[in-house]
Design a protein. Structure first.
Length: 331
């Protein structure tokens, strides 16, 4: 098995990611034990003991520090998809909004799209911004937000700052919580908790009030989604019953037409001479045959509609099961 270990700030070896570092988090200032003042634009360059008292310039100040969820196991394996040299992984935002991230070790911060933000109830136009570099070297402002959770498989990071832009990038402020390994042969991304985090996991830390409130809000949203899904299922079941009734009535008409057509065919079986040939009767038979064909076509179309609604119900049930599972995990 061919594996590649990723270290902080390095690009993938087996699949080089083409996107450059797009985000920076501003300039952080802290004073060490000797009274010396330090500056850096990399949050992770700040020693752990000084992060709680950081000063930051006008790019914006962090309100909370991301933390690895206590539920995250020591080792998480997730499957990824590749498009050329890029790696894409499925993720979940705030326990309810599924997305696909481009894994980018060149991005300091994780980025979500504007539509993601709106789906999570975040208005990008009212959010503070950070400066960031785009591919042509220009510096632009990106709105920012703090998400309660980003989960890739069972690997979950809480209170994580994200930029809001036009693409989805899974950046270093998520990946730095883990030792990251890529198995290019089997298409697996292996995330292992770093030792310091694993030690902290032994002592379960209480959830913050912020996380509890966000979980409560998310559970409420999921329960509302379940209510809407149930309404959707009930409405489709009613439509199916109406279609089934229409099919039964159409089949009764079809049976009557078949009976009349069979009688007409029996009565004309021995007609062979011009004298005995009844052209009017044969025209009526042609109409019966056309009506029969139309009825059969109608029944076929209505059965296809039932099959479509049944598939939709299956999809809604799958979504309900997903919401139920998320509620159980959040509780």
């Amino acid at each position: 098995m061919k594996c590649v270990t990723l270290k902080m700030g390095l690009f993938l070896v087996v699949c080089t990611i083409s996107l450059p570092s797009m985000l920076c988090a501003g300039y952080y200032k802290w004073k060490d034990g000797n009274g010396n003042v330090h500056f850096t634009d990399n949050y992770y360059a700040v020693p752990q003991e000084f992060r709680t008292s950081l000063d930051q310039d006008s790019y914006g100040k962090r309100n909370v520090e991301e933390t690895l969820s206590n539920k995250t196991p020591q080792r998480v394996v997730v499957h990824f998809k590749r498009k050329g040299n890029a790696i894409f992984v499925n993720a979940n935002l705030n326990w309810q909004h599924p997305v696909v991230f481009h894994l980018d070790t060149g991005a300091t911060n994780t980025m979500i799209t504007r539509s993601d933000a709106l789906a999570l109830g975040i208005d990008p136009d009212t959010r503070p911004s950070m400066k960031g570099y785009i591919a042509d070297g220009s510096i632009v402002d990106f709105p920012t937000a703090v998400l309660s959770s980003i989960a890739v498989g069972d690997a979950e990071v809480n209170n994580i700052t994200v930029a809001i832009g036009s693409v989805r990038l899974l950046g270093l402020n998520f990946l730095n919580e883990f030792q990251v390994n890529i198995d290019a042969t089997s298409g697996q991304l292996v995330l292992e908790r770093k030792d310091v985090r694993a030690e902290r996991r032994l002592v379960k830390e209480p959830e913050s009030e912020f996380i509890r409130e966000e979980k409560y809000r998310t559970i409420t949203d999921l329960e509302n989604q379940i209510d809407q899904l149930e309404i959707g299922i009930e409405s489709r079941e009613k439509i199916i019953k109406q279609i089934e009734l229409d099919i039964r009535l159409t089949e009764e008409k079809k049976s009557k037409v078949e009976s009349v057509l069979k009688g007409s065919q029996e009565s004309t079986r021995f007609e062979s001479s011009d004298i005995s040939f009844d052209s009017g009767k044969h025209k009526r038979m042609a109409k019966y045959e056309e009506a029969l064909s139309n009825l059969e076509r109608h029944i076929s179309i209505r059965r296809d509609e039932i099959a479509l609604y049944l598939r939709q119900i299956d999809q809604l049930n799958d979504r309900m099961n997903h919401c139920d599972q998320m509620i159980l995990e959040l509780r």
